[in-house]
Design a protein around this ligand. Structure first.
Ligand code: PRF
Length: 376
């Protein structure tokens, strides 16, 4: 992987760059649509590629390991071939998904024992076997196995957990050296900063991660229920320390406003289930605020879903029609809303990039944050 930092904004810490991998280029800042089980939910490849047009999407080790399982993925020749996606893929390590299984998992120094959400069977993830699993899935970017602490989290737990995540990182790195790439292209490994909402822990973790000398770095453990201001404060502490010449990925963040504010703090990569999950509940993100399309007020509003027309669904269908699809519980409604929201998120980060390159990011960002805060 190669990272060219094109420009750093003069009035914020926002950056524009280009990541190059064996599956093409990724222009940063970037939003990566989430395709947990090898599908961006409800979206065909044609729409994903031609309309939403992301340079990279995400998959999840936890879900793919449980289903379809490693045998099938290996026989398919990896996830790219299995789902017929020839651009970049990043897989999360399962650290966060296992954390979300609270009550159905046990964490110790060796790894995490957990109960499958599918059939209740028991499994054990370790830093070593998760690296092997990510080799088999075959994404372009693979993540360290970490523990994401909940919020709030007491200081001593956060500190012990952070140190364990650091020890797990060493195990990930030494194991990866023993397991070669499987499919003829390179995989970039990303370590993850933890440390909950404690400034000193975040600093310590950022230094540890920076010193591990990997080609890109990630920040985890945020957007887990803490106030946005606390998230921004932690991002700022960490981006001060992480090397400038390597991409920075803030995991699982967030609302369109969260994304712009974190771009301003020096983050390059984002992912979040919000655009697809909220779409399935009838929530649409637009440049002028959020819409709950189920609301009665849209019943006879025959204007386009979004006049900006970022994706074809935006001008193809009216708000009244989309509201009708949701009222009738038609699956097309969820599909249209998902395409709209993903198109908007990818557009938003592309637009941020344009403004960083043009030198007016800060002004644009402040204006967008104000606009997007509305409920329409
Ligand atoms: N760790 C991992 N994946 C994640 C997170 C984390 O802390 C988060 C936290 N927002 C989202 N996804 N491995």
């Amino acid at each position: 992987m190669k990272f060219d930092l094109k420009i750093t904004d003069a009035k914020s810490k926002a950056r524009a760059g280009v990541i190059t991998t064996d599956h093409g280029t990724i222009e940063t800042p970037i939003f990566m649509p989430v395709g947990t089980v090898g599908t961006v939910k409800g979206v065909h490849q044609t729409e994903l590629k031609n309309e939403i047009n992301p340079d990279i999407i995400l998959g999840n080790t936890y879900h793919l390991y449980l289903r379809p399982g490693l045998d099938i993925l290996e026989k398919a020749g990896g996830l790219h071939k299995f789902m017929n996606w020839d651009r970049n893929i990043l897989t999360d390590s399962g650290g966060y998904q296992v954390y979300s299984l609270s009550g159905r998992r046990k964490i110790n120094e060796e790894g995490v024992k957990f109960k499958s959400h599918i059939d209740g069977s028991m499994h054990f993830f370790t830093p070593e076997n998760v690296m092997e699993t990510q080799r088999i899935i075959g994404a372009d970017i693979i993540m360290a196995f970490d523990e994401c602490t909940p919020y709030p989290c007491d200081y001593n737990y956060a500190k012990r957990s952070m140190h364990m995540t650091h020890r797990w990182l060493s195990r990930c790195i030494s194991h990866l050296e023993k397991v070669p790439f499987k499919y003829g292209f390179e995989q970039t490994f990303m370590p993850i900063v933890q440390g909950s909402t404690y400034k000193d822990l975040r600093q310590q973790s950022a230094e540890y991660i920076a010193n591990s000398g990997q080609q890109a770095n990630a920040i985890g453990g945020l957007s887990v229920g803490e106030p946005a201001e606390e998230m921004y404060a932690m991002t700022e502490v960490v981006t001060e320390i992480l090397p400038e010449d390597k991409p920075r990925y803030l995991m699982g963040v967030g609302t369109p406003i969260n994304i712009l504010e974190n771009i301003a703090l020096g983050i390059d990569m984002f992912d979040c289930v919000m655009p697809t999950r909220n779409a399935r509940n009838g929530m649409l993100f637009t440049a002028h605020g959020t819409i709950n399309i189920k609301n009665k007020k849209w019943e006879d509003d025959f204007s386009p879903i979004d006049e900006m027309g970022i994706t074809w669904v935006d001008t193809m269908y009216s708000k009244a029609y989309l509201r009708h699809l949701f009222a009738a519980k038609e699956m097309l409604g969820k599909q249209i809303a998902s395409i709209h929201n993903l198109g908007f998120y990818v557009w938003l980060t592309r637009e941020a990039r344009k403004h960083i390159l043009a030198g007016d990011f800060r002004e644009w960002k402040d204006q967008m944050v104000k606009q997007m805060d509305n409920r329409l």
